[in-house]
Design a protein around this ligand. Sequence first.
Ligand SMILES: C[S@@+](CC[C@H](N)C(=O)[O-])C[C@H]1O[C@@H](n2cnc3c(N)ncnc32)[C@H](O)[C@@H]1O
Length: 320
Amino acid sequence: MMEDAQRNDVAPEAWSGVHRGPLRAGEWVRLVDGKGRKHNFELVAGKRFFSNKGHLDHDEMIGREEGFTVTSSAGGEYLVFRPLLSEFVVSMPRGAAVVYPKDSAQVVAMADIFPGAHVVEAGVGSGALTCSLLRAVGPYGRVSSYERREEFADVARANVRQFFGAPDGQTHPAWQLTVGDLAEELPASGERCDRIILDMLAPWECVDAAADALRAGGIVCGYVATTTQLSRFVETLRAHGGFTEPRAWESLVRDWHVEGLAVRPDHKMMGHTAFLVTARRMAPGERAPLKKRRPAPGAYGVDYDGPRPASEPAPPPGTE
Ligand SMILES: C[S@@+](CC[C@H](N)C(=O)[O-])C[C@H]1O[C@@H](n2cnc3c(N)ncnc32)[C@H](O)[C@@H]1O
């Protein structure tokens, strides 16, 4: 049994990104004012935080246990905590658009990311999804990230280091970042993996590389913003033949206002982020059974010019 004293700190080798104990210089804090406005920044000894309510010295916060209230020079009250991963990723510096926490949660759950998994992801963008993947695979797993733009790779490196980093500048031991196009670099690496997550403009260009790298039973997961991307990605997976029937969905999250008798959905919500798609890799040489149900009339008619499943050859011109 683990001693209570041992439970008091998250072992550094857990690489969770979670710290306990007094706030330290170099850590990020999240200040929330009475109106719910958020300010996220790194604590630096001797530095001041300025807002429309005056200033606050970082030294007033360093050394205290998180979860306290501070008052600025002009009377503004702020709640102080370390940011959670879901809060860090929406406030960290960005190169490309990030995967939002509600979708990262879907990816981790529905693409079945597990401790010790070997996950390939592209593109890494700002590193938001990378942080969730690293947390899910843990220090004994592996996340191989591919990003074709060096400047985004730099942003991601800094964000991952900030979230997980040890004081001596080490980064997460399970992480490897390659600058280059996944469709070229993954086959060249010879990597075999359990899961592949594609968050990019044209994931269909990476389907062959993903199929070759995935172990039998592995999962490919795509995150795409538009219906045209969704269609092309799903149809490319079907046309490849080495995957199970893709599943496509989106998640909508709506907060609720709960106050006395006034209990109702919030007026505002994030209407759309992206669609998710998953499919499983068949064993080499195996094909998924053809769908028993016929597609809707016209689904693959003369007006459709995308990739086709083997069961739906193009109709001869002039036949519809
Ligand atoms: C929307 S961003 C990814 C955001 C990231 N998942 C996050 O949560 O911060 C898309 C990224 O994919 C990169 N990209 C697009 N196609 C790629 C490819 N074939 N291989 C590697 N990176 C690619 C782009 O340069 C861009 O940085």
